[in-house]
Write a protein of this length. Sequence first.
Lengths: 109, 116
Amino acid sequence: DAKTTQPPSMDCAEGRAANLPCNHSTISGNEYVYWYRQIHSQGPQYIIHGLKNNETNEMASLIITEDRKSSTLILPHATLRDTAVYYCIVRGNTDKLIFGTGTRLQVFP
Amino acid sequence: GAVVSQHPSWVICKSGTSVKIECRSLDFQATTMFWYRQFPKQSLMLMATSNEGSKATYEQGVEKDKFLINHASLTLSTLTVTSAHPEDSSFYICSAQGLAGSHEQFFGPGTRLTVL
């Protein structure tokens, strides 16, 4: 599976949009981009995934560049409860989710 | 979304004993379950993949005789840490995936194991 690169940490003010970047320059054509988050001492929570089109659900939006080498997860109105580690994962046909180091998002009042 | 439970949520045991952790998919049938381990301030590390009715596939460096995995039904997988030692203390998390072709994996809440 392709590796991803994420900034180790980010801050965001409550109520503002949180934009979390992810680089996956070696992604293959049949690999999806997945986002999960993990709140302290809990299991990971699925957020969103996409192949090449932008995706939106009730939690977030996923913007994938045209060349698919990078993506951005957008939390439109961050709340304190969004403080977590966010993992960007590229997943192919093996069905395994390989977690990188993620981005620790701190939402402050 | 689908719900995955783990039991127990935390366990403390003496060195040398064995500990069994259960992972259940509560409202769907999981053809595949995954076991992860997470040390403090580190990311999740995949330990093994188990398919219902067949032997688990372990990741490189994971001792299959130490971490016994059983996936006897479509809703239950167990991880047994045999002869546990303090270095096995960790946060163990399972995930479950539904029917083949479904991309989604649902994670359990994790089990914190402390070996004294």
